[in-house]
Design a protein around this ligand. Structure first.
Ligand code: MUC
Ligand code: MN
Length: 373
């Protein structure tokens, strides 16, 4: 008898961050993850994670909506279905439920984890095989304080944990943000690559002024300076400056990637399993980017270890991520809910080994941090 999906359980898990994490639209002191536990009739359990940033501040799905929509609409579409045809299950979810990319990503991750455990293969192997087993990882400096950010960067460099840094800007006036970034670049010099993420905070005239100053200060990459929906503006910025643009919120899936590429965008795309509805969707976007000569960047929604591991399995199948990854989510959290945390060293992280995601839940930690009703 081929296995079928028996039950799907969702848990909201709140973990405090090691310091306030300041973005242009919110400041995070805690991260909330939706953890999926999917049980199959052959006794296999698959785990997945759906995570966003700042409740509804970052995007249209909140942790609570992800949980509710899985429990109410998506899980009933999967329960009782054969477990192994993940493409058929993806199509079924997409046919009956629009949007909800983060919820779908959490479910697809759990399906892949279970299938890998069943077959004795890692998720990267299920996707065709790993071309890298140690991936570079950037760190985000977002304490809100220039001196603290410089100290944090120097410490990470000395620990050989990170040598690429992303600065979150856009909450302050443009000139103040530019001074903050330039001071950090000046302090770190050629020892580090400095990039910025504006998270859509500027309009196009402010972006033209700000990016010119950031380019002059030696910044390497400009992430999502203007509104996600302003594709034409983002294309204009990419054609105007030498410093490359990184599209993040503007590029959710392969369709967005195709539109930007066809419109003349150049630069890089931030890939996130959460934006593309899972690992297959994000790899479709990667293929469009590659065909268009657009660079790849392994992005995060600041997921914990499960979502980060799932993303790593997808990125590992690629040999040329021009801009590396930012898979540091677990390092921003004070604690973890897995038995063996991801191993960060030598400016990167190891791809977890073993069947499925290669991750085991720590039941005590999970029940400690799971939201109680
Ligand atoms: O890139 C984003 O927009 C979200 C996230 C990723 C890293 C970080 O610090 O914030
Ligand atoms: Mn971003």
């Amino acid at each position: 008898m081929p296995p079928v999906i028996n039950t799907i359980e969702t848990l909201l898990v709140d973990l405090p961050t090691i310091r306030p994490h300041k973005l242009s639209m919110t400041t995070m002191a805690c991260q909330t993850m939706v953890i999926v536990r999917m049980h199959h009739s052959d006794g296999v359990e698959g785990i997945g994670e759906g995570t966003t940033i700042g409740g509804l501040a970052y995007g249209p799905e909140s942790p609570e909506s992800i949980k509710t929509n899985i429990d109410t609409y998506l899980a009933p579409l999967l329960v009782g279905q054969p477990s192994c045809n993940i493409q058929a299950l993806r199509a079924r979810l997409n046919r009956h439920a629009r949007g909800n990319a983060i919820a779908k990503s959490a479910l697809e991750t759990a399906l892949l984890d279970a299938q890998g455990k069943r077959l004795g293969l890692s998720v990267a192997e299920l996707l065709g095989g790993a071309r890298q087993v140690h991936l570079p990882v950037l760190w985000t400096l977002a304490s809100g304080d220039t001196e603290k950010d410089i100290d944090e960067a120097l410490l990470r460099l000395e620990q050989r944990r990170h040598c690429n840094f992303k600065l979150k800007i856009g909450a302050n006036p443009v000139d103040q943000d530019v001074r903050h970034v330039a001071a950090i670049k000046e302090a770190l010099g050629d020892r580090a690559s400095i990039r910025v993420d504006i998270n859509q905070a500027w309009d196009e005239p402010a972006a033209v002024r700000g990016i010119q100053a950031l380019q002059d200060a030696g910044i390497d990459l400009i992430e999502q300076a203007i509104s996600a929906r302003e594709h034409a503006g983002l294309i204009r910025l990419s054609q105007r400056f030498n410093v490359p643009m990184l599209a993040d919120e503007a590029v959710q899936d392969a369709r967005d990637g195709f539109e930007l590429a066809a419109g003349g965008f150049s630069g890089a795309f931030a890939l996130k399993i959460a934006k593309s509805g899972g690992l297959y969707g994000v790899l479709e976007l990667a293929h469009v980017a590659k065909a268009a000569g657009i660079g790849l960047y392994g992005g995060t929604m600041l997921e914990g270890s499960i979502g980060t591991a799932a993303s790593l399995h997808a990125w590992a199948t690629q040999d040329d991520m021009a801009w590396g990854t930012e898979m540091f989510g677990p390092l921003l959290l004070k604690d973890d809910i897995v038995v063996e945390p991801l191993h960060y060293h030598e400016f990167g992280v190891d791809l977890p080994q073993g069947p499925g995601l290669g991750i085991t839940l720590d039941e005590d930690k999970l029940s400690h941090y799971a939201r109680k009703y």
